[in-house]
Write a new protein. Structure first.
Length: 73
């Protein structure tokens, strides 16, 4: 995940592809909408396949954490 950066001064601290202002969320939303990695690369030519895979890896890592949902109030 060395391709992902989190800096409070860039995109309000959202994870971005290093050296860009393209958020990991944006990349993942394209993929979730059914776009292929090649579609994302065509839309964002400054990205590499490894950048897109890093976004997927980051998402998988976050999902490996234990979560519990509780109703509040």
């Amino acid at each position: 995940m060395n391709r992902i950066a989190i800096d409070p001064d860039i995109c309000n601290g959202q994870p971005v592809i290093k050296g860009t202002r393209i958020t990991a969320r944006t990349v993942l939303e394209f993929l979730a909408a059914g776009d292929s990695i090649d579609d994302v690369l065509a839309e964002y030519p400054s990205l590499t396949r490894e950048d897109v895979l890093a976004c997927i890896e980051m998402s998988a890592e976050l999902m490996s954490h234990h979560f519990s949902l509780r109703q509040v109030a």
